[in-house]
Write a protein that binds this ligand. Sequence first.
Ligand code: HEC
Length: 137
Amino acid sequence: MRRLAFVSLLFVAAACRSGGASAKGAGTAAKIATPPEVTPAAVALGDSLFNNGGCMRCHGAKGVGAANGPVLADSQWDQLTTGSFEEIRAIIVSGVPKEKIKVTTRPNAMGPRGGRMNLNDAQITAVAAYVWTLSHK
Ligand code: HEC
């Protein structure tokens, strides 16, 4: 837990620094630094949770998209705006209730914390790290 807090602090510090320095580059396709949570170990765990568990049911293997869920392996978003790590993590925690689904041919709500997967915080960070890599290749 202490380590996580420290890592988050570093992340915030890095975000502030780059925010200050890159005011001119806002809106351009500036190179996005890999968030500190996106470690090889987290991505490997996230991969196995995503592709063996409930996510691929709706999002397809490796996030290629399926009838019930959008493609995650591109940078076009229905719910998210920037596709930042924090945004991805937040939507996995909250899920998407039926009334908030944008493309209404998708009939099923995305449950909070992976629905019946009932992911813990470390697992959510791992799945978010994996999903981040899908859209930042
Ligand atoms: C029951 C089907 C279902 C499952 C299971 C599911 N999702 Fe989703 N997911 C959706 C739907 C529906 C949306 C919203 C699509 C829309 O608004 O049209 C969504 C949106 C998202 C988004 C935002 C995509 C965007 O385009 O903005 C992310 C990221 C995401 N899901 C990740 C996950 C992860 C990770 C898991 C597994 C922990 C998961 N989902 C499990 C159905 C599902």
